[in-house]
Structure formats: structure tokens, C-alpha cells
Design a protein around this ligand. Structure first.
Ligand code: MG
Length: 239
């Protein structure tokens, strides 16, 4: 029996906008700086970890004030609560894997409201004098190596579902058994021949998982899925 595990990116996936980009653009160094950082990342001159550290360091606002603004300005994906409900009802663990920060995720996904959801993310020390300081999980280019967590889950015999939208999700998409992707992650999957279900909102993800349920149940009961395994809409497993 191969248990399912649902892993989900946070910024731009559970939220409607990337909270870190919003912070840096509106409360930190500003739009032109954020654009320049984006170009540096694309050109390979700056890692995502370095970029996030620089952007957060440009913020001097108190965390309370920034929290109030973020909650006002950043919407949650309309399907998030339903997707969590689906995973809880199915007994499928739901883990947020984020290159962002626990402190910000807790604002949108309060642990007492979402006890089913586990969060793996970096830590933030919002210093109003020196700028916000990041404490990353990993020294690598992403600051949080999502692939490492997926490999550990695979080693524990789990079948890996992954939902994401961006740069920090690329290694995870290479590793997962079933990928749900939008925006730049969907483009990355197309470019690199990674099968993915393209989606608009988490409601689409929940509906697709529900329609795949027959095939997924087959996987969990027969335990016959392989790393290259794919579940078609008809619910059959292809190696
Ligand atoms: Mg994202």
C-alpha cells in the first residue's frame, strides 16, 4: 500500500500573489529593484536565496504593520480550504513546502484553523533597524531544497502529489509522481518534458484529484506505482 502525500507551494499557489514580491515591491526596495533582481536570477548572476535575502533586508517596517497590509492586500486561492478539506477527508497528509517564511504563512494558514496542514519553510527575523533578516533551511540556491523533503517522503514509501507555480518548485516537480502546475512552473514542465496537470485555481486541483481518485486508490491499494508512474484521467496507471 502506497500512501498519498500532497505537497503544496505557498507563495502564488496558496496565495493569489507572491507575498515576498509584494513586500519587496510595496514595502521595501521598490518595483524597479524587484525587476532588476528578477533579471539577475534569470541571468544566473544571483540565486533565489540571495535575492530573497536582499529583498527582505530592504524592509524596515514592523512585522505587525506589514502583516496588516499583507492580509488586506493578498487574497487566498479560493479553492485552498476545500483542497485541505479534501485531503483531510481522504486521510492524505497536506504539507506546505515554501521558499518563503513560517511567520508569513501563519498569517494566512493559522495552525489552529488548519491543524491538518504541516508547514516546512524558512524563518524570518523582522528587524526594523537592519532590515528583515532571513534564516534559510538550506545553504543551496533555493534556501529551501524542496526536493530533499520529497525524496525523504519517497524513501518512506509515499506517492508524491505536488502543486506549484514557480522557480523554487522546479526540483520538486522533477521529483513528484503527479505534478499540478501553473504559470512559470507549467512552462518549465513543458520545456523539460515533465508531465503535469495545468490548473488555474486549487479548486481545479481538488476536482482533478477527485476525478483521479479511482486510479489513486488503485495505486494505494495495489502499491504498483513507480517513479515514472502516471495516472490518466481514466484512472489507469501507466509506468
Ligand atoms: Mg510560488
Amino acid at each position: 500500500m502506497k500512501p498519498l502525500h500532497l505537497f503544496c507551494d505557498f507563495d502564488g499557489t496558496i496565495t493569489g500573489h507572491d507575498t515576498l514580491v509584494y513586500l519587496a515591491t510595496h514595502l521595501g526596495a521598490g518595483e524597479s529593484y524587484v525587476q532588476w533582481v528578477g533579471e539577475e536570477i534569470r541571468a544566473g548572476r544571483m540565486t533565489l536565496r540571495e535575492a530573497i535575502a536582499e529583498e527582505m533586508r530592504s524592509i524596515r517596517l514592523s512585522f505587525d504593520e506589514a502583516s496588516r497590509i499583507l492580509r488586506e492586500q493578498i487574497p487566498l486561492d479560493p479553492g485552498f480550504a476545500d483542497l485541505v478539506d479534501w485531503s483531510r477527508q481522504q486521510g492524505v497528509p497536506f504539507t506546505i513546502l515554501s521558499a518563503g517564511f513560517h511567520e508569513i504563512i501563519d498569517l494566512f494558514v493559522p495552525p489552529d484553523e488548519y491543524p491538518w496542514v504541516r508547514v516546512i519553510a524558512n524563518r524570518l527575523d523582522p528587524d526594523t533597524e537592519q532590515g528583515w533578516i532571513c534564516h534559510f533551511r538550506d545553504p543551496g540556491p533555493y534556501g529551501h531544497d524542496k526536493r530533499k523533503t520529497l525524496r525523504e517522503a519517497r524513501d518512506h514509501g509515499e506517492y508524491l502529489l505536488f502543486v506549484g507555480d514557480g522557480l523554487s518548485d522546479q526540483r520538486a516537480a522533477e521529483e513528484a509522481d503527479i505534478v499540478f502546475a501553473k504559470l512559470s512552473l507549467a512552462a518549465f514542465c513543458r520545456e523539460h518534458g515533465i508531465d503535469c496537470h495545468e490548473y488555474q485555481t486549487l479548486t481545479d486541483v481538488r476536482d482533478r484529484l477527485e476525478s483521479l481518485r479511482g486510479g489513486l486508490t488503485g495505486i494505494t491499494e495495489a502499491g504498483e506505482a513507480t517513479e515514472a508512474g502516471e495516472v490518466t484521467e481514466a484512472g489507469e496507471v501507466r509506468g
